[in-house]
Design a protein around this ligand. Sequence first.
Ligand code: PMP
Length: 501
Amino acid sequence: MTTPDGFGADAATAQPPWGFPQSGALPMPETLPLPAALAHLAGGPRYWLPEQPDQATAAVAPAAVSPATAPPAVTPPTAPTAPTAPPTSPPSGFDVEAVRRDFPQLHREVNGRPLVWLDNGATTLKPRQVVEAVGEHYAMGSSNVHRGAHTLAKQATQVYEEGRQAAAELLGTPDQGEIVFVRGTTEAVNLVAQSWGRSNLGVGDEILVSAAEHHSNLVPWQLIAAERRARIRPIPLLPDGQLDQDAYRDLLGSRTRMVALTHASNVLGTVPPVAEMTALAHRYGAKVMVDGAQAVSHFPVDVTALDADFYAFSGHKIFAPTGIGVLFGKRELLEAMPPWQGGGNMIDSVGFEETTYAPIPHRLEAGTGHIAGVAGLRAALQYLAALDREAATAYEEQLTAYAMGMLATVPGLRLIGTAPGKIGVLTFLLAGADPMALAGALDQQGIAVRAGHHCAQPALAAFGLQAAVRASLALYNTVEDVNTLVAALQDVQARSAPTAG
Ligand code: PMP
């Protein structure tokens, strides 16, 4: 079934309690076929080709795109074909080209086209400084940390602890003991849920979780809630993607122990008023776990100003390697938390009669950490600190406004999440287009976007959706990137127009 605006309707999509009434039905993408006009775009090779394949890679790489099978060049974006607000002027005041020169991957081709990386919500690209720091650790500085009297152990330990210091500075705490290295945001939330949660949650206690959360700030709470017989209560969304503050105030109560809040939604782009919500939670004696995975690379964060109890981020979303992340916790909370994993590095003394533990943060860091990852994280945070972050944030804000204006010119495009002050996460549907097929078609043009549920199924469900396409910006994206995306979408739309009616 297709609604007058071209979007499919599905009666099976009942609104969840944290959702809101829809003015018009939104599509259930799984039920929509790939429009014939898209099929030719999606038919090309699936894998990227190195820019200059050498002997070794040429042997395994798929055949080059021949002119006959290459997707047609897209036309530049045309004037708006639908009545929309005019795009804001292109951003200025930030030397994006200088930044771009530091990111080698931005200068490669994919499917015969210059790469347009708009999948920053999934992971960010790495500047050469980060790649070099990781390479240098493995090539010349390999050693374990915090043990051994030799020179390389001392050097590795110094880099490791400087990484901790850089993370403390990024988050605005003067206390490095409050910085725990973890694998990423997911592990950080699991640590808090398993350690703090197990010793602080009881029968009937309540954990408020915003409906905008990534699964990693929801499922760990569900696991511990089931164990402790506590209850999860969703904070609902408003139609533009903001958190419903009236509902939040109503949900808070004497049973509230924890509030799980994103600092920037990975699917809606919403930046909730975390400081205000935290102050409210504290009035009820509740703690607040802030998921900063999407926030830290987009705007400066200050956990002291937020008064956050816990704050997590993943290195790979802030230009650092995968497998390393940070949990901030207030000292008094971390000190009161029991170890969640046991092993080396986290003990003071071990005996069969009694084992005592190291002070924080080491007590919560069992086993050998991701030392090369910390070297890369340190390099990434140093790289970021050397930029004018205010100018970078302003640039991203302007680029986001420009992108939203430009996307609004694409006929049949529907943006999900329009909260004021949102980050450059642009989740959308295109009338008549299956999100996965659309992402595949864009990939053939060298444009990397993500399609699916974005690990935030409740957030999409609040909009009656199971999947959508997401283009997510970073500080190295440009007006040209946005124009290329918009041109490709217009192209897809133009090709499908004759079959749509
Ligand atoms: N929270 C948010 C908002 C995210 O976007 C992500 C990653 N998509 C995560 C948490 C999980 O991060 P990681 O997989 O690095 O642990």
